[in-house]
Design a protein around this ligand. Sequence first.
Ligand code: UFG
Length: 330
Amino acid sequence: MSRIMVTGGAGYVGSFIVRALLRTGHEPIVYDSLEEGHRSAVLDAQLVRGDLADRNGTYRCLRRYGIDSVIHMAAYCLVGESERAPLKYFQNNVSNGLNLLAAMLEAGVRVMVFSSSAAVYGEPSSVPIDEGTTPYPTNVYGETKLYYERILEKCRRAYGLRYVSLRYFNAAGADREGDMGEDHRQETHLIPLVLRAALNQKAILRVFGTDYPTPDGTCIRDYVHVEDLADAHILALEALQGGLRSTVYNLGNGTGYSVMEVINTARSITGKDIPWIRSERRPGDPAVLVASCERIKKDLGWRVRFPRLEEIIRTAWAWHSTHPNGYADR
Ligand code: UFG
């Protein structure tokens, strides 16, 4: 058994990782400020309310619980907001992340799985995107993730840190039974907004751009189920603990779906109309983002359990239709 600090473990992806850690016999300690996360998403895991801005508090938590590895999820993650408030993003995603690294090294903790993003790639020159593609972020959020990856690499060379950076494509879906799911205070993601429009016919969805060079004119994305993401974190963690060399992996489904395909699939699953209107392109949205995930499949034996968009949206609907106000209505 190992004791893992999960920063941001009360958030959407973090809470699924915590559950996967509990199920695989690890002991997660959730370190979360609850600024965005939800206490009830943490399940039976130990929750320490804390902030990475507080370096000493972070160090004390690492020591107190005898942590041996860290899964670092805590970050701001809204692309649009990152452009409007860059300092907020550099402060939290980079500067507070430096506090975590300093506290870890002082406490003798040298293993980290880091939640990175496909946003590091920016506008890709070809798809599918593999890890050999040169990163060139087109927004501040992606830059913060790339900077942190580079900091990890420097810490590997200088201090013997061992890490895996996982670059997620579009995290989506929920628990099959509808007990856990996506609940952001400020929702900007496509699938939750589509399902909200199904639940409340007055909430009209805006489709950002219908003139992209794709078969139906709308953007294509790679939606990967949150439980598949969680599995990958466990594999990466255990491989690092077993001696895996530091590296970077993409996490996606390998299949792209357009915004219209998401809307039409949601229509058939919910049996509801999804009212939508055409809107301007959203600045910085690439036409197509699809991952190649051969590296993690080959190295760690990762398997996608939810390859079909229909299954992903079905689980999301199980959550949203039973929790229209998210965790608040428990
Ligand atoms: N979209 C709409 N209307 C909406 C919301 C989204 O048409 O109201 C479209 C977007 O233009 C995009 C697609 O739906 O084409 C998916 O948008 P999301 O906002 O759900 O996700 P993104 O692809 O923008 O962002 C995701 C993650 C980011 C990450 C990025 C990587 O949420 O954290 O992938 O590029 F940075």
